[in-house]
Ligand binder design. Structure first.
Ligand SMILES: [Zn+2]
Length: 195
């Protein structure tokens, strides 16, 4: 059984899926629309990679929805589109899951520059989605980072990145002291000792 948690407390959503459930692409998209619906974007379709180890879900902008400038966070006219990127999502039924999306660039007059758009599921630098980083960071409070990496068949570095990102987000948004004391998580698990 796999539990999938939503990326924030307010959008909390948990789905339980049994491993013998028959996978159908539309069912997965239905689940994602319940747990991780992103304004301005739609899940287009889901498919297995040829090796059957990974599910890829293509994402595209909703028709007529303007891209958001990642610098000033305001809508801006489109400029062009970059090559498709893969953003790693929470694994499901033992399969790796990736969102595929070609980031748009905007010609932002406020910033007087061509800037990559902001997308709600990740940032421009990391390959993991926010949802997967939060998922790993939560498990990294219960297990060592090495055990977390092994349990979800990912690397220690990705777990480290996830914890770092979530801690940084928590500090920036002053979310400490709520349900997830991230600062203590980080200080209790320094890179040198949590192996
Ligand atoms: Zn801007």
């Amino acid at each position: 059984m796999i539990k999938v948690e939503g990326e924030s407390g307010s959008a909390h959503c948990m789905v339980e899926v049994f491993s013998d459930a028959r996978f159908r692409a539309m069912e997965l998209i239905t689940i994602l629309n319940r747990c991780h619906r992103f304004q301005g974007f739609i899940y287009q379709h889901a498919r297995f990679t040829p090796d059957k180890k990974t599910i890829e879900i293509s994402v595209r902008p909703r028709k007529g929805s303007a891209a958001i400038c990642s610098r000033c966070h305001q809508p801006a006219p489109g400029y062009d589109q970059l090559a498709e990127r893969r953003f790693e999502f929470i694994p499901l039924w033992g399969f790796f899951v990736f969102l595929l999306y070609a980031m748009r660039r905007v010609d932002c007059r406020r910033c007087a520059a061509v800037i990559v758009e902001e997308v709600p599921w990740g940032d421009g630098k990391r390959t993991l989605t926010k949802a997967y980083m939060l998922f790993l960071a939560r498990w990294a409070r219960r297990l060592s980072w090495k055990e977390t990496a092994e349990a979800f068949r990912t690397s220690w570095d990705k777990v480290f990145d996830a914890v770092e990102d979530v801690v940084t987000w928590g500090l920036e948004h002053r979310a400490l002291g709520q349900s997830m004391p991230l600062a203590s998580m980080k200080s209790n698990t320094p890179r040198a000792t949590n192996t």
